[in-house]
Structures are given as C-alpha cells and as structure tokens.
Design a protein. Structure first.
Length: 142
C-alpha cells in the first residue's frame, strides 16, 4: 500500500473499501435501519389504536404487560406498542389517535422481557399519557 507524499487518494479509497467489512457501516450506508424500521427512520409516529392486548413476559418473569395494536397513519403498517406504567391502559381506547416512539432497546430492538414490542405510547389524542395518568389533565373526547 502506498504511503508516499502523493498517496492520499489511494489511502482514502482503500479505507472506503475496508469500511464495507464493518457491519455497522454497511447497515448505515445501505439504509437497513430505515428499511426495517416501521417508523421509517423518524423518531415518532402517529397512529390509530386497533385493539388493546396483553402480552406475556418472557421467562423468568411472569405477568401480562398491557399493550395496544396501532396502525400507523403514514404507511398503514401495524405495530404493537406498550402502555407504560401503572394504569396507563385505562386512558387508551380503541380508535384513539396515539403517538408512538421507540422503547429504547439495544439497536432498536425490544426492551427487557417483552417479546417483539419495540415501541411505546407517549400521547393519546394530543394529550401526554403521563399527564393523564397523574390526573393533571383530562382526556379529550374526539
């Protein structure tokens, strides 16, 4: 490999070639995260609640985590989103408009003991879910 005074172009092209061996670089350049992400690369998405559902936790934990099935407005895809904390599911009804975001698992995956649940609900009918839970605001009827 050239290392002389005028070797910058060769060094740069070699570095570019070797970058493709790095799986993170390859995924980023090919846009794999956007292709396989239901939100298509955006941090949040709006959707309509289709149904409420309980998801059982993975071993060794037990319990039913309260989740909702959401159909995204932007692309029509469906996803399962967690209703976080105690009693949050009571403020979410079918046909409500919700805002979902990533749940924060490793590399965009599920977090903790939830099978395939990669998203969580943050807002219901443009009201923050945390405010509804704490009683500081009331849910707006649509």
């Amino acid at each position: 490999m050239a290392k002389g005074e005028f070797a910058a172009r060769k060094l740069e092209s070699d570095r570019q070639k070797w970058n493709w061996k790095n799986p993170r670089y390859k995924r980023k350049k090919l846009g794999m995260d956007k292709k396989h992400n239901l939100l298509e690369g955006s941090p949040q998405g709006r959707g309509i609640v289709i149904e409420k559902r309980g998801v059982t936790a993975k071993q060794p934990n037990s319990g039913i985590r309260k989740c909702v099935r959401v159909q995204l407005i932007k692309n029509g895809k469906q996803l399962t989103a967690l209703a976080p904390k105690d009693g949050a599911i009571k403020f979410i009804d079918e046909h409500d408009e919700v805002i979902v975001e990533g749940i924060g698992g490793a590399q965009g995956g599920p977090k903790g003991d939830l099978w395939g649940v990669k998203y969580r609900v943050t807002h219901v009918n443009n009201q923050a879910l945390e405010m509804l839970r704490s009683g500081k605001k009331e849910k707006v009827k649509r």
